[in-house]
Design a protein around this ligand. Structure first.
Ligand SMILES: Cc1ncc(COP(=O)(O)O)c(C=O)c1O
Length: 385
């Protein structure tokens, strides 16, 4: 499908909806480009299938669709060449909930858990609120490119008794799609120092041209030390349903996770909330491919217009762009400057890590028209400086 036809058919005006993103924008008189959801409605076949379920009125206890696991497994096999087994898959109420359950079941109180910053804030919050210690290893930055600082990671693995690495792949807010070699080097260190890996892969379906997503569990050598958090919630904008999977190949780790779920009564799956994932995996591929094109076009436009003035990450995956307002930031925080001067709501850089006050995270999963409006407002700020 052409991107223009897609926007015409699937862009939704959310300004009068219950959308958190848009209601805050409206309250502040801003174009909302914060929070990670999309301004597009699902493929029409998905909406119809959900409507049919609701309309049938049978709201008793229900099984998952018989082929739910096959559809899930086929999706990931076909898109990324990774083979999951049905018995490896557990369910949680969203990805952040999965982080908590993984931390509680596979680490102990006061254990050290590493993250690579700047990073989506709930990682750190989940570790802290679970009574574990946060060990930060900042990513290294050079020419718009962030990568792991392996020396720092190894030093901290050696000296801080790290038990788990929580990896964001693709990375929020940096839009990095980690290369196979980068992951292998990282996982080899984890292997050497007996550090478990929990890979949050919820952005793995939004991958820009010429990039290849490498699932953590496709690296067979490291499967026994790795669990993955996988969802369709970012791919198809299904946040309201809070449905997520934790994939655990190693039986010992899986048994610990299952025991935790049994003890806390979190093992069951909400079937209604699982249906949008199922129907999107069945019917949503063309929709998703077009969304990827829309995001790439939005990114290219923004880069073309603003690239000569502002530093920004090279978007490899996700729809989240990290942008440095640099000298044009005339407030204590770039996000505040964008709100006050450009009437744009963005996520503040400093919420992802110390020292990023001049940066903002912008959500590009919207119409080209909104991207154009945002770009013009930022250009205005640049030109009046
Ligand atoms: C990497 C990552 N993990 C988890 C989440 C939150 O997922 P959920 O709403 O399913 O808890 C987000 C949301 O933006 C995210 O970017």
């Amino acid at each position: 499908m052409k991107t223009t036809a897609f926007i015409k058919k699937y862009y939704i005006d959310r300004s009068n909806s219950q959308s958190i993103k848009w209601s805050r924008g409206k309250k502040l008189g801003c174009l909302p480009m914060w929070i990670a959801d999309m301004d597009f409605k699902c493929d029409e076949r998905v909406t119809k299938a959900l409507k049919d379920f609701i309309q049938a009125g049978d709201y008793g206890y229900a099984n998952l669709p018989e082929d739910y696991y096959r559809v899930f497994i086929d999706w990931h096999e076909k898109r990324n060449g990774v083979s999951y087994k049905q018995e490896w898959i557990r369910f949680t109420r969203g990805a952040v909930n999965a982080m908590f359950q993984v931390l509680h079941s596979l680490t102990q109180k006061n254990d050290a858990v590493m993250i690579n910053t700047p990073l989506y804030p709930p990682f750190k919050a989940a570790i802290k609120n679970s009574g574990r210690k946060v060990i930060e290893s900042p990513l290294q930055y050079e020419d718009g490119y962030f990568t792991f600082n392996y020396r720092d990671i190894e030093k901290k693995f050696k000296t801080r008794n790290v038990k788990m690495l929580m990896l964001c792949s693709p990375h929020n807010p940096l839009g990095r799609v980690w290369k196979k070699g980068e992951l292998e080097e990282l996982f080899e260190l984890c292997h050497k120092y007996h550090v478990l890996v929990c890979a949050d892969e919820v952005h793995s379906d939004i991958i820009m041209p010429d990039q290849e997503f490498v699932p953590a569990l496709s690296l067979k050598k490291y499967q026994k030390q790795t669990v993955s958090i996988i969802a369709a919630s970012k791919s198809f904008s299904l946040a309201v349903f809070s449905h997520c999977h934790v994939v655990i190949p190693d039986k010992k780790l899986r048994d610990r996770f299952i025991r935790y779920q049994q003890e806390h009564n979190t093992a069951s799956v909400n079937v209604l909330n699982a249906l949008p994932t199922y129907y999107n995996y069945l019917y949503g591929e063309e929709w998703l491919n077009t969304v990827n094109n829309v995001i790439f076009e939005n990114y290219q436009y923004l880069k073309r217009e603003l690239g000569e003035y502002l530093e920004m990450t090279n978007l490899e995956g996700s729809y989240l762009l990290f942008l440095n307002l640099g000298e044009y930031n005339i407030s204590s925080s770039a996000a505040e400057c964008l709100t006050d001067k450009c009437h744009i709501l963005a996520n503040p850089g400093e919420s992802f890590g110390k020292g990023y006050e001049n940066w903002v995270r912008l959500n590009l999963a919207t119409s080209p028209e909104n991207i154009k409006t945002a770009t013009e407002r930022i250009l205005q700020l640049i030109k009046t400086k």
